[in-house]
Design a protein around this ligand. Structure first.
Ligand code: FES
Ligand SMILES: [Fe+2]
Length: 385
């Protein structure tokens, strides 16, 4: 056993089942374009991905769009009230069909040559097609994508054979509901000033691999050195991460209302700092203060570039607490972004290969078992173990 743990050879060791014995994923998994190609096929084209919120899909004809890495997808509410997902691409010569979100009167019309599809995806009209030999409109319906909804959040999955959202998420949504009563009635906040940008929380083109940010979100070993104000807001002694199938959660409580991050009123409805993570790339978080849930999606652009998107779900009509937003945007996020960029550069260093998870027996507030859980799921999905 001791032999297996020696560090004098740089042979690649798999992410082991036991977090207390395991090495971390090797650096090459964070920058190799071939690895990224396999991740698209094995992870992103097979898992449930956050697409948006039912608040934007209430009326027949309402639609939203999202890209699952490089795969454009649309979700449309039909005349019959059914939500349907489609690959957002015209079956003629591949122009993207819909952009942003909005409402369709009767059909989806392609901007290129004006093929028109019903809201059920069936091709209704294609100019001049009746003069084309053997052309059958039934052969050119939009390609379907699976859709499911949980707590008002809309998810899509490109894999027709994937497990259901309920199976992927287990009882995570029940757990969120237990800690945030009424979460299903929250709605995405749209800053009127940011309406042109869609109002989402969106950051693009950051110079690190998507897994660097996932890893970072899944431990608070770095909180004391990197996030001093966070450790004044949150009672670190209460911070515990538990693991569940394809999700995990870190739960903690408010330390004091008068703290270095942002003030929390005595009567604030939420005193929890809870961060759920759904494999492979979605974090759902609540911070002490007003009742709200942040949905934070970590989207790869390529092997070395990441963007994030998401929604802040609040009580309808209630703006997010500006003091909390200022702390998140102006302090907490820049602290993490700088870390992720520095780690990504380090992962490519010839002086680094694989590290060790700092996982203690009691799974304390600074234990990294949440990162191991994520990397083990990754290793399984990629066929590394
Ligand atoms: S590409 Fe859509 S109609 Fe031609
Ligand atoms: Fe952090």
């Amino acid at each position: 056993m001791a032999e297996a743990m020696r560090l004098d050879a740089w042979d690649e060791r798999p992410v082991a089942a036991d977090p207390e014995q395991s090495f971390t994923l090797s650096g090459r998994h964070y920058s190799d374009p071939a690895v990224f190609g396999a991740e698209k096929e094995r992870i992103f084209y097979r898992s449930w991905q956050y697409a948006g919120h039912v608040a934007d899909l209430e009326q027949p004809g309402d639609y939203i769009t999202v890209s699952i890495v490089d795969q454009p997808v649309a979700v449309v509410r039909g005349r019959d009230g059914v939500l349907r997902g489609f690959h957002n691409v015209c079956r003629h010569r591949a122009h993207e069909l819909l952009r942003g979100r909005g409402n369709l009167k009767a059909v989806i019309t392609c901007p290129y040559h004006a093929w028109a599809y019903g809201l059920d995806g069936a091709l209704r009209s294609a100019r001049n097609c009746k003069n084309v030999k053997g052309f059958d409109k039934a052969d050119f319906s939009l390609s379907p994508v699976r859709v499911d909804v949980a707590l008002g959040m809309v998810f899509v999955n490109l894999d027709p054979d994937a497990v259901s959202l309920a199976e992927q998420a287990g009882d995570m949504f029940t757990d969120i509901l237990a800690d945030l009563p009424g979460v299903e009635s929250l709605r995405p906040w749209r800053d009127p000033a940011a309406a042109a940008a869609g109002g989402e929380v969106r950051r693009g083109g950051m110079a690190f691999n998507w897994k660097v940010l996932c890893d970072n979100c899944l431990e608070c070993y770095h909180c004391e050195p990197a996030h001093p104000a966070f450790c004044d807001l949150i009672d670190m002694d209460s911070y515990r991460t538990t693991l569940h199938g394809h999700w995990s959660v870190a739960k903690s409580r408010l330390l004091r209302g008068d703290n270095a991050a942002y003030p929390v009123d005595e009567g604030a409805p939420n005193k929890l700092g809870n961060f759920w993570f759904l494999w492979p790339n979605i974090s759902f978080g609540c911070m002490p203060g007003q009742a709200s849930l942040g949905v934070f999606v970590i989207d790869p652009v390529d092997a070395e570039t990441t963007q994030t998107r998401g929604d802040i779900l609040t009580v309808p009509g209630q703006a997010p607490d500006p003091r909390r937003s200022a702390y998140g945007r102006g302090v907490l996020w820049p602290e993490d972004q700088g870390i992720c960029e520095a780690v990504h550069r380090g992962l490519k260093s010839r002086g680094y290969h694989q590290g060790r998870f700092i996982v203690d027996e009691g799974r304390s507030e600074i234990s990294e078992h949440g990162v191991h859980h994520f990397q083990r799921l990754y290793a399984q999905a990629m066929g590394l173990v």
